[in-house]
Design a protein around this ligand. Structure first.
Ligand code: EPZ
Length: 404
């Protein structure tokens, strides 16, 4: 089994260029299913396991999808869709495969997808996705581990209110409504940057979407969409980071005593003393992002003082706590809050990545821990971080990937 071996305690400094975001690129790839008449060409696609998986899903639908990981380019020819059924083996591997339901329903009037199931961080239901599809006129049937949606007469625009600003449900409904007859008004949608990215891409394909990134999105259905072309104590310049998308994270880092300088090309992050403990509470965008909770907790384990981490988005996203405690962290879980008391130092040992972001947190802990840290189950990390080892080595980290 492959592992990451990290020898901690080294100061990181230099310049690193970040890659495209997993959670922005996956819905855009699903949206290429809407492209009739012309081929879609996507650039700056990060080389991730999840990109490989969703490309495999498209090919199983009879679409021609080819990903060049070297060039970071994905070509999708969805002029013909051979099947509207996504198999269990792929949906089980990556719940984001469920994002093909909206485009298939819009394009073919039907979709049959295996139930995505939960995952390590929570049950992750899809009721809000289905509520949106039904509101647009689709008939939903669930049975034998599959969900079937059908709208033989096409979808009709309507007003939809989301009880929770679900990112996936917002994305699925945007894609379905983009070819519905008439206007759809989506209230209380997710406002994450990836929603804006998806809406921008759909508009380049010929959709008419306004208000993405706000609390009301208006979608005027188009009869046809066409394929389109569309992108971490040290002194680090993070190229391509967009500070607008990271406001709560930047605010909390500054509160912890980190020096942050933002410019048009990226963000410079400097810290030459122990950080101060801060409290964080995850919320839907524009609140503090749940996907940064584990990484921030890793920083808090050696901060000055006690910080409280409250997770309000997923019900079980504290699996990294036990792994951090193995390294000497002092953390007590109290319901949806983890109380993190800063310790002098962490010590390296064998730990595992329990999910994608927890994996990133264990790497960060290894970078500051005394001695050697071995991080196992790194397939989680490969799902969402493009060449994390290469980027950290470029910043002076002693980290390597071994197969043992
Ligand atoms: C997306 O997941 C991301 N995944 C997650 O990133 C991210 O943590 C999450 O949004 C929040 O930002 C992708 O984009 C592929 P949600 P998603 O629907 O769409 C409940 C990572 O580490 N809910 O906003 O599944 C749900 O149970 C991953 O990259 C319903 O109740 O998130 C959860 O508690 C992890 N019913 C909450 O909403 C529904 O129909 C947030 O879910 C849908 C969701």
């Amino acid at each position: 089994m492959e592992k990451l071996i990290i020898h901690g305690g080294r100061r990181l400094e230099g310049r690193v260029k970040i890659s495209g975001a997993k959670n922005a690129v996956l819905p855009i790839i699903a949206a290429t299913l809407l492209g009739q008449d012309t081929v879609s060409l996507l650039d700056e696609v990060p080389a991730l396991e999840d990109v490989t998986t969703i490309t495999e899903v498209l090919n199983r639908l009879g679409v021609e999808a080819a990903f060049d990981a070297e060039k970071h380019q994905l070509r999708v020819d969805a002029r013909r869709i051979g099947s509207c059924e996504a198999p269990y083996d792929l949906v089980r591997k990556m719940r984001a495969s469920f994002l093909i339901m909206g485009p298939l329903l819009a394009r073919c009037g039907k979709a049959k997808i295996s139930l995505p199931g939960g995952c390590a961080i929570g049950t992750r239901p899809i009721d809000l996705h289905l509520k949106g599809f039904e509101a647009l006129g689709a008939k939903i049937e669930i049975g034998h581990g599959f969900i079937e949606a059908s709208a033989p007469e096409g979808l009709k625009g309507t007003r939809i209110y989301l009880d929770f600003p679900s990112v996936g449900a917002t994305e699925n409904i945007l894609m379905a409504a983009s070819m519905a007859e008439g206007q759809t008004i989506l209230e209380n949608p997710a406002q994450e940057p990836e929603i804006v990215d998806l809406a921008n891409y759909l508009n380049v394909m010929g959709a008419k979407i306004r208000g993405a990134g706000t609390n009301v999105i208006k979608i005027d259905g188009a009869p046809k969409l066409v394929g389109a072309a569309a992108m971490t104590q040290g002194d680090i310049y993070v190229e391509n980071a967009i500070s607008e998308h990271l406001k709560p994270v930047i605010a909390k880092l500054k509160e912890a005593g980190v020096t942050i300088e933002e410019d048009v090309d990226g963000i410079r992050v400097r810290c030459d003393k122990k950080t101060k403990a801060v409290d964080i509470k995850t919320m839907p965008y524009p609140g503090f992002p749940t996907d940064m909770q584990a990484q921030f907790m890793a920083m808090l384990t050696i901060s000055e003082g006690t910080g409280c981490v409250t997770e309000t988005v997923f019900e079980n996203r504290f699996m990294h706590v036990d792994e951090l405690k193995r390294m000497g962290a002092n953390i007590r879980i109290d319901g949806r809050t983890s109380v993190v008391e800063g310790v002098d130092k962490l010590t390296g040992c064998q730990v595992k990545a329990t999910d994608l972001r927890a994996g990133a947190a264990m790497v960060l802990a290894g970078l500051v821990a005394e001695g050697e840290t071995q991080v196992g189950y790194i397939h989680h990390i490969d799902r969402g971080y493009d060449d994390l080892v290469g980027k950290l080595v470029g910043l002076g980290a002693d980290i390597q990937r071994v197969d043992r």
